[in-house]
Design a protein around this ligand. Sequence first.
Ligand code: AMP
Ligand code: ZN
Ligand code: FE
Ligand code: FE
Length: 301
Amino acid sequence: MFCDLHMHSTASDGTDAPDALPRLAKQAGLAAIALTDHDTTAGLPACADAARAARIDFIPGIELSADPSSIPGPAPDTADRPPRGTLHLLGYFIRHDDPQLARVQERLRRAREERNPAMVERLNELGVNITYDEVLEAAGALSAGGSSSSDIVGRPHIAQVMVQKGYVRSIHEAFARYIGEGGEAYVRKDRLAAADAIAAITAAGGLAFLAHPVQLRLDSPDELEHLVKRLAEMGLAGIETRHSDHTPADAQRFEHLAERFDLLTCGGSDYHGGRKAIQLGGVRVPFAVYERLRDAHAAAA
Ligand code: AMP
Ligand code: ZN
Ligand code: FE
Ligand code: FE
């Protein structure tokens, strides 16, 4: 038996509605899933209902973007290094309507509402003529309600419009040339401090996990160890060891790291529907990983 504890729905930047995922997961042979949309819990109630109907175990989750530079490096000489890559924190078993987590979501939404139009403006200056309304439409954010309306608008939606209007041939090209970090139209987004992300997840009754550590793009195992130690002090519960971006050697390395710091492990595909070439359940995560998480949550409650 397998589980998949990392996936996105149309509530953020996936292409499957939250209430469609449980059935698809069942068809893929999975026995438990977690919905972990970026910066929003909007899809959780519909997904929970559909999971009950499909008789598949469900964890209400979230994936929060945090600022890697909110964690000081291991030595003073690291202060002048360029900021590290992506720091994402997964929250599991969160209460979807927790007020503190709601305030965090509101802040992150405002950050996107500032950043997305700024990126569209830069694209316009570069001769890429797309409008912010087209981006909102691509996200489904202009349709009123319904299970496939998006709560979160982001770069994948901008990329989709660029492809549709023929300015780039692929989502990948949109990121590589324009809206990826270092791209001509890239605009940095206000992010949470890691401590605030972990605190919000914990306040909502959840367990916080470090997502896909390879995306941090750290230079050495020592740096990762240092970062995990700091996060553990902030209340981190575990590490995502299995992920589509991880090689088997990465996964093993992260399993050892989790063991060393007495942390739980989780894993998943990071499925985004048609937006990425990743299959639901495409990363084999034993059902026992889900059971340990479930039991840890029950013990903490
Ligand atoms: P945003 O939250 O608006 O900054 O968008 C981030 C999302 O864009 C991530 O969650 C990924 O799903 C997607 N993404 C980031 N980099 C790339 C890339 N190089 N190619 C395709 N998708 C990407
Ligand atoms: Zn995404
Ligand atoms: Fe992520
Ligand atoms: Fe993700």
